[in-house]
Design a protein. Sequence first.
Length: 540
Amino acid sequence: MTERFAPADLHEHLANLEARGLLTRITRPIDKDSELHPLMRWQFQGGLPEQDRRAFLFTNVIDAKGKKYDIPVVVGALAASPEIYAAGLGVGVEDIGKVWVDAMANPIPSELITDAPCQEIVLTGEDLTREGGGLAMLPVPVSTPGFDSAPYLTATLVVTKDPETGVRNMGTYRGALKARDRLGVRMASRLSGAGGYQHWLKYQARGEKMPVAIVVGCAPAVLFTGPQKLRIDEDEMDVAGGLMGRPVRTVRCKTVDLEIPADSEIVIEGLIATDYLEPEGPFGESHGHIALEDFNMSMQVTAITMRKNPVFVSIVSQVTPSESSVLKKVAYEPLYFEHLKRVLNIKGIKRVVMHEPLTNIRKVIFLQFDRSAPQTEIWRGLQGAAALQAQCGKVVIAVSDDIEPNNADAIFWSIAYRSNINTDVVMTPYRSGGHGPKSGAGGSDGTLMIDATLKGKMPPLALPAEQFMSRAKEIWEELQLPRLTPQSPWHGYHLGDWDDLWTGFAERAVAGDWEENGAHTGARQRGGMKPETPARTIER
Ligand SMILES: Cc1cc2nc3c(=O)[nH]c(=O)nc-3n(C[C@H](O)[C@H](O)[C@H](O)COP(=O)(O)O)c2cc1C
């Protein structure tokens, strides 16, 4: 891996993205409540290839009432594409997994400082409640206009602390604007849900409010720990240090006993009630449906601190692919691969790919195996992937290494021709419903595992062999026909079932010597058989 320089804060990251042509500035007035997210959404719904997606920096943000905001808004700056995510770690896309695995194995303790950029401006007391003050100062967009009930914080790092052990948790949880000094916060209470919720339960048992700090905008590598599913007892600030490759600078909050990344943009401090909840939602969820109104946590804001020139960050979530699913996909896949490869020591596992379009990465997982992998290892792998997290792996499918797992068509192809539904499919009951809408199919669920790997030799794939397709591509380009983007498989290849005799036939066919082949088969004519009797069953 090349040496890496993870940006120290969001400003450095945005400058890097702009220098690399990965950031588009939008200077015309944009209504944060009805135009901003829909404009960004077209990047995902408009048929653009993933690598053409950009971060959008909105420098002229207004709202429905015509109010102008001083603070610019950036969307897509964390993970509109894996390339943008990788820039946040200071590496190439191919090294994202390695950085994650290293960071989890080698966390770096944070460094407490006293004079922090994120506290250049401190708002408390009346500044939080006056007309247009507090949360109303922030250009918080509406994510799913037409359905969402409020502007929502989405690019958050919600910092809480275990009141017994002191271990910090940082999770990306949404926050609904309720009043200038009050937020609705949703921490998932399901199995494998939010780490912050576990802390909340402990404060509730003690009869205390939960101190909380919501960071909006910081060094991307630090924010990336928010959506990652780390162990509950793992200090995420230290893992963030591992991702940065150096200690994260932290500072104590002004009104609650918590430490936050010092180089953050905006921090909202407060206390979450543990003796009552408040209706929150509807809000467009990452499972692709609108989350309806639920009772969730209520946070009283005690301070808002920020840099002098903050940038407000928002994440596009909802239907996948989205920025939210890219964020999770590039981080969860290495976590799963590491678990299968090193913890379970599964022989022959080569890749883990989580299916993204519409299904939202958690439900459907593909495992790619080396062709030598024993069947028992394939099944251990299927079960390991299905079991690692309660919310992930409802459907797990194993394929061989010639199948591109990011191509669902290739997966269906593999199921269609390489699996026997009688012997290669197992369903197990009793899986929790996981992350999904509460209405609809709902309820408790099960697991479907399919071994769609090659079970034995098969005839070659019926496309022209590689050298002929490559030559034809040269001619194509010479003719200046429309640009090609080769899709795997784009040439024929052997799958084990073949005979040298047929190599000779094929060579003579392309050399124009087909009559020689005809003479050969003419000499082998015989009677007494049904058409389509395989020649080799008779002749050998
Ligand atoms: C944009 C975005 C919004 C999210 N919103 C929530 C949320 O509101 N509540 C929640 O529990 N998880 C939410 N998640 C998922 C969590 O961030 C994820 O489960 C993460 O593992 C939580 O960290 P934790 O395990 O430290 O709690 C969101 C993720 C993203 C990327």
